[in-house]
Design a protein around this ligand. Sequence first.
Ligand code: ADP
Ligand code: MG
Length: 420
Amino acid sequence: MTDVHDILTKYWGYTSFKAMQEEIIASVLNGKDTVALLPTGGGKSLCFQVPALAMEGICIVVSPLVALMGDQVNALKERGVKALKLTGGISFNELNTLLDNALYGNYKFLYLSPERLQQEIVQNYIKQMRVNSIAVDEAHCISQWGNDFRPSYKNITILREIHPLAPIIALTATATPEVLEDTISELKMELPAIFKNSFVRENLSYQVFKEEDKLYKTELLLKTNTGAAIVYVRSRKSTVEISAQLNSLGISATFYHGGISAKEKAQKLQDWSQGIYSTMVATNAFGMGIDHPNVRFVIHLQIPDSLESYFQEAGRAGRDGQYASAVLLYNEYDKQQVKNQFVESLPTTSDLKKIYRKLHNYFQISYGEGEFTKHNFSFSEFCKTYGLNTLLTYNALNSLDRLAIIQLSQEFGRKSTLQF
Ligand code: ADP
Ligand code: MG
């Protein structure tokens, strides 16, 4: 086995590991199931790539996004590592050839989408491979309690069945306890070693400004920008409008949202990455897997859905470790809008009563003579923040500061209670 430091220097030219990387790598090399919980930009890829290079055989990497796979495979190839990817849109012949290469060609990494694991040919080939480890990137996608649930992630357990001795390494930046616990159990990980690093980003400054003229403030900020920028807005329409306005102010901007074609998305991402446009005006569809080093500004022109999304989105700034700013601009109107959304997301009194009755029967919980009234508190907001799926009831009698939240699966299979 080659020394992991030598591998780091030989293939990446880096001189030292980032926080937790070495411990995580050692754990995988010990054959243990391992969870790497590092913030965005924390260097999760190396956590499975380095040990895979230190071992004989191939690492199977499951990844949720085609773009993400492409980036990683290209980066590995550039470093002289044999890696390939199985994405959608390839013919059966191509698939056969790729799998043949993976099996006989001394490849070190096989990236695939979770959907691919359903194909028998893929399974059969993987069976014959000498699999040294199974890496699950964005592992929280397997949990239906999280924001990015991907049902096909459940296919990953096929890999465990085929190669029970290969350690699974799950990588994620989503650290809510519910999602983490669920991810571990859904992946059928065995007593995994869990490594978690601080989510503090030393090189980021977070600022919140109350601004009546948000565009003017944005212009001022972006005119000082020496690198790339992302401006987040809440609607598709706003991405188009704001990017046009920025362009007319002399800031080169383009827009990105969930409604544009995959091809256009790839093109826009590429143009922005190459600096043809400095600024991407986007909805939260511009998300997972955006790993551009020199984003100096992430500006939110509207208040995001939750603190957790804010942290993820703002965290796309400064991935090169250099100083960068996350700026949230808001005005009274935005505040009111968020409030309204919160209120609309609340269950109605009659919903609550129904739920309460069910819960009462199920848990024999008595809350006293509570009247269920609408509170100025967002259930869905809280669910998201804590990775909870369904918030079913609270005790209105005891008022907000002693809110009891009970979370159950649809089948009432799971239970957890939070008091605060
Ligand atoms: P994550 O998946 O956790 O968001 P990545 O694996 O994409 O993070 O890594 C983020 C950046 O950090 C990449 O540009 C990567 O090359 C760099 N990086 C990772 N490990 C190190 C290291 N030990 N030293 C210097 N840079 C590193
Ligand atoms: Mg990553």
